[in-house]
Design a protein around this ligand. Sequence first.
Ligand code: TXA
Ligand code: MG
Length: 369
Amino acid sequence: MTVIIKVDPLNPEPWGVRFGARIIAGGGLVAFPTETVYGLGANALDGSAARRVFNAKGRPVDNPLIVHVSSFDGLRSVAEPPPWLLEPLRKFWPGPLTVVLPRKKVVPDEVTAGLDTVAVRMPAHPVALRLIDESRVPIAAPSANTSTKPSPTRAEHVVEDLWGKVDLVLDGGETFFGVESTILKVEDSRVTVIRPGPYTPEELSKLFPKLEVSIYARGVAADRPIAPGMKYKHYAPTKPLFMAADQSVLVQLSRELSMRGVNHVVLCSRETSAYIGAPTIVLGSRGDLYEVAKNLFHALRVFDRRTEPLGLVEPFNESGVGLAVMNRLRKACGGTVVKDADQVLREGGISGSTHPLSGSKARHQEIRA
Ligand code: TXA
Ligand code: MG
């Protein structure tokens, strides 16, 4: 059975948090909001509770979980951070940053997937922090979606995916950033971004001057993954989604598909949407990639529910948080970048008419959730 409790995200009702903490301490599962996406939480020191997380999500057991803490003592209880790391970490925590460090033995193999490292983060969200405090244990939490689905940015997404599989959903409304935390792998004095997120390489390198960015951070296919999760399918809609090579290709492609009678949806910026004749899902302004990040996963779910057999998506600038946006979008598209309509039809397995006057009836319409 799943219980849903609405909580005030800034000042959560203590009884709701206490109820959640009792479930965590008893080995159960609680979905809770963080500043990035909703997490599916369990006691990080309890191997069988962690196994329930993998079962609920349908997650491969070799893909380890992030351990959430509410203090630096909490960090030291599960990992061995090098002393030089603590000062820069204080600037970013609590916040959307995960660090991969040598683990302590108290963390069960189920959580770390048997690795000798553990991923740890201190979320900047009152509900998450109080839930950890009240539970008196660190909380292991992957994103609270079914494996391969877009991460949840609203409680309704959690309910869509995990109804009946999670004991409690703490509904704190929409999450703030909308993409998952930046993950840094720390090895001796080397610091590498292995998953881009809300903290950008530009910001991080101010405190980590020798910061490296993994070649996989862009989200192109990984043949030698450094985060175990990289080798799995992610954010995948149930029908084809194609990334256009650039904005003008997007406008041209959409026009050509409409001319050939192929219904489709276009996920794009507000600016580009003005040039599109087909239905659009507006992700935000091209000038505000944090807005695009925040709306991205919800937009993918809205796209999935539409009846059109395929979608096109606009590529965004990869600087700043754009790196995280493009990483998630490339994965949602399965890496395919398209240049012409024939390629879309071929790869989407769709036959369009070649008659120029057999135009699609779909007219421009902005789809709202
Ligand atoms: O923002 C977030 O990080 C959210 C919220 C709930 O905190 N959590 C999240 O967890 O995105 P998840 O499980 O969806 O993604 C965790 C990623 C996976 O790609 C996993 O492979 C990687 O972190 N990871 C976990 N432990 C690791 C380790 N020891 N070494 C390398 N990668 C690790
Ligand atoms: Mg995830």
